[in-house]
Design a protein around this ligand. Structure first.
Ligand code: SAM
Length: 211
C-alpha cells in the first residue's frame, strides 16, 4: 500500500468526492505525519497515536470533514487542533490560507517538523494556544474546522465565522460526539448532523475543563 493506493480506496468508498480534495490527498503523503514506529500503518484507514494522548484521525474521517467543509482556493480557514499537521497541510494544498491552532506545545513543534516536505507549507500558519476561543487576530474566517470534540459550539468560533461561512465541528461528550455542519446565515444558523464520531476532547475555556 502507498499513498496513491490509499487515496484510490478512499475515493472508491465515496469518502473523497471532489477533484480538489483528491489532488490534495495525492500531494500530501500521510506517512510524513505518522510517528516512525507506526509508519507501516500509515496508509491504513485508522487513527494513529502521535503522542501526548492525541491522534492523527483516520484518513476517511479527514476526507469526510474536508468534503463537508467545502474548502476552496483562497479561503481563510481556522483549524482548531493541529495535531500532526496533516489536515492543515491538505487544506493548504487546496489553496486555502490556513491558521491552525494547537494547545500542546510539543505537538505544534511536531507538526512544524512533519510539514517540512509539504509542498504547500507556506499556506499554513501554526499557532499555539487555546483554540476554543478561536483566533481573533485573523477573523473573520470563511471556514472553521474543529478536529477535537467540543461540549458545545464555542461562542467565539460562532462570532469569528463569516456570514455564509461553514463550520464543521464534533459536538458531544469526551468520547463520542455528533459531527455538526453549520452554515452561518444572515438571520441565524443552518445545522445538519452528519453522524456519530469519536474525537479526542477539545480542552479549554469553551471546551472540556480537564486536561
Ligand atoms: N487535525 C489533526 C491532524 O491532522 O493530525 C488531528 C487532531 S487530534 C484528533 C486533536 C488535536 O486537538 C490534538 O492535537 C489536541 O491537542 C488538540 N486540542 C484539544 N483541545 C484544543 C484546544 N483548546 N486548542 C487547540 N488544540 C486543541
Amino acid at each position: 500500500m502507498n499513498n496513491e493506493a490509499m487515496v484510490h480506496t478512499l475515493e472508491m468508498h465515496g469518502y473523497i468526492k471532489s477533484r480538489r480534495v483528491k489532488d490534495a490527498f495525492l500531494k500530501v503523503d500521510r506517512a510524513n505525519f505518522v510517528p516512525e514506529e507506526h509508519r507501516s500503518h500509515a496508509y491504513f484507514d485508522d487513527p494513529i497515536p502521535i503522542g501526548h494522548a492525541q491522534t492523527i484521525s483516520a484518513p476517511s474521517m479527514v476526507a469526510v470533514m474536508l468534503e463537508l467543509l467545502d474548502v476552496f482556493e483562497g479561503a481563510k480557514v481556522l483549524e482548531v487542533g493541529t495535531g500532526s499537521g496533516y489536515n492543515a497541510c491538505l487544506m493548504g494544498c487546496i489553496g486555502a490560507e490556513v491558521y491552525s491552532i494547537e494547545r500542546i506545545p510539543e505537538l505544534r513543534k511536531l507538526a512544524k517538523k512533519n510539514m517540512e516536505n509539504c509542498p504547500c507549507k507556506d499556506n499554513v500558519h501554526l499557532l499555539l494556544g487555546d483554540g476554543s476561543v478561536g483566533y481573533e487576530e485573523e477573523a473573520p474566517y470563511d471556514r472553521i474546522i474543529v478536529t477535537c470534540g467540543a461540549p458545545d459550539i464555542p461562542e467565539p468560533l460562532k462570532e469569528q465565522l463569516k456570514c455564509g461561512g461553514i463550520m464543521v465541528i464534533p459536538v458531544g461528550g469526551t468520547f463520542f460526539q455528533e459531527l455538526y455542519v453549520l452554515r452561518k446565515e444572515r438571520h441565524g444558523w443552518r445545522k445538519r448532523v452528519w453522524g456519530d464520531v469519536a474525537f479526542v476532547p477539545l480542552v479549554g475555556r469553551y471546551g472540556h475543563r480537564w486536561a
